[in-house]
Ligand binder design. Sequence first.
Ligand SMILES: [Zn+2]
Length: 135
Amino acid sequence: MAFGISPRRDHDDRRGSAHSRGYTSAWQKARDVFLRENPLCAMHRERGQHVAAQVVDHIKAPRLRDALDSKDDERIAAARSLFWDRANWQPLCKLCHDSVKQRLEKSGRLSGCDASGRPIDPRHHWRTQAQGEGG
Ligand SMILES: [Zn+2]
């Protein structure tokens, strides 16, 4: 086990500690197990490429910290279960993970998934971007 060699400092500080967003040691453990069972990047694998996964991504963002801030018990419970729901996890390489996150941050939020409870279909815009020129 070799944690502690990642040079990320002022990253997490700005938007609350990683811990407050649910990334506890329990999460690290679960993540390790998951990556051992799912060692290949899901997005690359769909394109037939075998790339080692390095991170576990939440397909649907649990937004645990927002839920905690809201002090709304129902929301917190929902965020927690989403956070720990393995069906909501996907193994990604760093490159794919960053590109997913950049997209999410640009669009602000994942609209149309929370209220209706419909799962997001990642395939939708990740791979059909050629059609939507000009946005
Ligand atoms: Zn990848």
